[in-house]
Ligand binder design. Structure first.
Ligand code: ADP
Ligand code: ZN
Length: 744
């Protein structure tokens, strides 16, 4: 028999479910709010979920199972639940799976740490003075004073440390009802970095330049008036965007609200943290893929209870249930890293904009090279466009020169033009640093047998293996497969005939070593910089002028400020231009512009001006030209026009369906079957099923559909109605990718 006082609730459980299930709560009298986290029986298991409303009353109450536990935590805030619903419907994924991301790390909920805290029964000064029946000794007064004006109380340890009284005194005071003892989740008593932030810091707004101040004022106005405006903070590298949004962060903290800063994982360096610390004298809470479970737990709990001031994290930080959010910053908003490409395919930048509207909080998208979508939205007034046109330090922008590789080719088997080598030499003579940029890890992207022409491929994927000479390995950059490099063709058996084709950073390093044997070199790529400490130390080394020449991949393009770096060489600007996907040119433009921005960041005088050399085979290419003229808007306008002509985003909508299976034939049959049931609408075009550009990946064959529609079409509904019509065989995985970034 159920308790007559029971109360029905709908619970969304974490897992692959879209609809909530009904349960009953044993105690009708307690006021349970939406968002409360609960533990419920589910089949033979117990699952964590959240209450999302009253029960549906469709099942007789006696048949319903009882909620096992209601966790003593604040409810998941409403904007997070709204985000959950929106994200699930936009990206066609189960709500329960999005909830799973929100309730992570689960340990924060299921295995909380308890601690004893003491709270004063006389929370204000006058009351203490009026106590008559008990003598307020010196020690008792110390404790009462320490606990003055505290809602939550302090832990036993804190009190003893601060006042020097003994445990016995606390016990005695509890018996005398001067204070009360409580057991609370440790989270409720976690240090708040709010107070520190707003009180110990003085405004330092005066040093900002006029454009920065204007931007800060505009953002501040939205923070203070809780207007969910979306800002594009658009400024050349070094124009002071970070400095500008830091001021907005300060304002938000002063309003007693929490801040979320999203950064691509690679930008989230110790360097950035140090800079933040220097500015605010407290550390932000950093959420990325390498922090410990314990730290994650702490961040999650303090976000939820409203005491975490600033949370900075990679994409998944958007899912943290921050209860009192007042501002979101998305730095490097154009970065592809904000798009998750596995499990739940979502774009954290886009969802952050939605989240901000639900929290009535403004959001700042910062970039030196905004994405085309964002630029378009700013242009038509949907976002507020804030521009910082000059370098904040007064430094001049670098001088950009193109090197035509057809007229000034490198020596045979080499990659650096004599013009470029000469410029590096002159910088070396001046004791200035040079950076060579090539977005290719390893030694060579392709190994070919001179005897039979075989190109060495991955066993799991339809991709070439990349030679990593320093480790003597051939590595697949898609699935991670690797094997020892042997100079022996597996196909024809020829010995010593394997030839490296094309350069990677290791090969450039080899070439530079030959030309400048005495120069101090460093290679910055995810292979050499595989942990934060190494990266941190290396960045310091470069800053402190202990390195002459840096050779780096994309990793170097972002965020770093190297005062003595005067020359940036783009070894191969043609990489990426021929990729054939929607954003190939846009991305190339962004990367090249960003790398260029590393040069001469502090040059004040014309003759100190940084130099950028771009090697190209295609000197007439419009992208290369727009970069060389530093003319971003011209490039954007051209690119927008071509998108409009093709009815591509941001003018139309795109989605992909990716089918994969280990069974090649059956995959083909199924994809044709799916095509047969494809819907026919005037404003929806369906392409495919084509073999994916990477047809074989991690042991699975892959086919793709591309769906293109007018902007006003609900492309999600079209796809769901279509794919639900067919029965999906067990061996096939069907993935829907809305607003795709990758076309591989
Ligand atoms: P961005 O984020 O646009 O690349 P930063 O905020 O990192 O630019 O600023 C670049 C450099 O200029 C930093 O060293 C920063 O401290 C400095 N800076 C920023 N604003 C000013 C200013 N108004 N006056 C002087 N230096 C500034
Ligand atoms: Zn592979």
């Amino acid at each position: 028999m159920k308790n007559v006082n029971s109360k029905e609730v709908s619970v969304l459980v974490s897992g692959p479910f879209n609809e909530p299930f009904d349960y009953v709560l044993d105690d009708k009298n307690t006021n349970f709010s939406v968002g409360k986290i609960v533990l419920v029986p589910f089949g033979k298991r117990k699952i964590v979920g959240i209450i999302i409303g009253g029960g549906t009353k469709t099942i007789p109450e006696r048949k319903l199972k009882t909620v096992l536990q209601v966790y003593d935590l604040e409810p998941i805030p409403k904007p997070s639940i709204e985000l959950l619903n929106f994200l699930a419907s936009w990206y066609c994924v189960f709500r329960g799976l999005v909830l799973k991301m929100i309730l992570s790390p689960l340990e924060a909920i299921t295995s909380p740490d308890y601690e004893k805290v003491y709270k004063s029964n006389f929370p204000n000064k006058n009351e203490i003075n009026e106590i008559e029946e008990i003598k307020i000794t010196y020690k008792r007064k110390l404790v009462l004073d320490f606990l003055l004006n505290l809602d939550i109380g302090k832990s036993q340890n804190d009190i003893i440390k601060q006042t020097g009284v003994s445990k016995a005194i606390l016990k005695d005071m509890t018996q005398k009802k001067l204070i009360q003892e409580k057991k609370v989740y440790k989270a409720q008593n976690l240090d708040s970095c709010f107070l520190k932030s707003s009180k110990e810091n003085k405004k330092n707004y005066d040093f900002l330049n006029l454009e920065q101040k204007c931007a800060v004022d505009t953002i501040n106005d939205s923070i203070i008036n809780t207007k969910p405006d979306c800002f594009l903070l658009d400024g050349v590298p070094g124009s002071g965007k970070t400095e500008t949004y830091f001021e907005a962060v300060r304002t938000c903290l002063d309003q007693g609200k929490q801040v979320l800063i999203l950064l691509p994982e690679i930008v989230l360096t110790p360097d950035w943290e140090k800079r933040f610390f220097k500015k605010f004298s407290f550390a932000p809470l950093v959420w990325n893929s390498v922090i410990t479970k314990k730290k994650k737990k702490k961040i999650w709990l303090t976000a939820l209870n409203g005491t975490a001031g600033v949370i900075v994290g990679a994409r998944s930080a958007l899912m943290i249930p921050i209860s009192n959010l007042g501002l979101i910053i998305v730095d490097e908003e154009h970065e592809q890293a904000f798009k998750q490409e596995e499990n739940i395919r979502y774009n954290a930048r886009d969802m952050a904009i939605y989240r901000s509207t639900r929290s009535s909080a403004p959001i700042v998208l910062a970039s030196a090279t905004p994405s085309l979508e964002t630029f378009y939205n700013a242009k038509r007034g949907k976002y507020i466009h804030l521009t910082l046109p000059k370098r904040a330090t007064g430094a001049t922008l670098p001088h950009i020169k193109l090197i035509d590789l057809t007229t000034h080719p490198p020596d045979k088997g080499k990659w650096l033009s004599p013009l470029l080598v000469a410029e590096i030499e002159s910088k070396l003579n001046n004791k200035e640093q040079s950076l060579l940029f090539l977005n290719r890890r390893g030694y060579a992207p392709l190994s070919i047998c001179n005897s039979c022409g075989d190109k060495i491929k991955c066993i799991n994927c339809d991709t070439w293996l990349v030679e990593h000479r320093s480790k003597n390995l051939l590595v697949c950059h898609h699935c991670g497969f690797s094997r020892t490099f042997e100079n022996l063709c597996k196909k024809c058996g020829a010995e010593g005939q394997i030839k490296a084709c094309g350069p990677g950073v290791e090969r450039i390093q080899e070439e530079i070593k030959e030309i400048f044997p005495k120069a101090k070199l460093i290679v910055l790529s995810s292979d050499t910089m595989n942990n934060h400490k190494i990266l941190n130390d290396t960045v310091d080394k470069i800053k402190n002028n202990k390195v002459d020449i840096v050779i780096g991949t994309q990793m170097i393009a972002k965020g770093h400020d190297f005062p003595n770096l005067k020359l940036v060489c783009i070894v191969d600007s043609d990489v990426g231009l021929s990729g054939g996907d929607l954003r190939a040119s846009e991305r190339t433009f962004q990367v090249l512009q960003q790398v260029s921005g590393r040069s001469g960041r502090h040059a004040k005088k014309e003759e100190d001006k940084g130099v950028v050399l771009i090697q190209t085979h295609d000197i007439k290419n419009p992208i290369i030209n727009a970069i060389s003229k530093n003319n971003r808007n011209e490039f954007f306008d051209k690119e927008l026009m071509s998108r409009q002509n093709a009815n591509m985003p941001p003018y139309g909508r795109l989605a992909s369906i990716i089918l994969s299976s280990r069974l090649e034939r059956k995959l083909e049959t199924f994809s044709l079957e799916l095509l047969k049931s494809a819907p026919i609408f005037k404003n929806v075009k369906i392409f495919g099923p084509a073999p994916a550009p990477i047809y074989f990946l991690r042991g699975r064959f892959r086919r793709r559909f591309l769906i293109k529609s007018d902007k006003n079409v609900n492309i999600q509904d079209v796809i769901l109605n279509w794919t639900r019509k067919v029965n999906l065989p067990n061996h096939i995985k069907l993935t829907i990718d809305i607003d795709p970034f990758s076309f591989m």
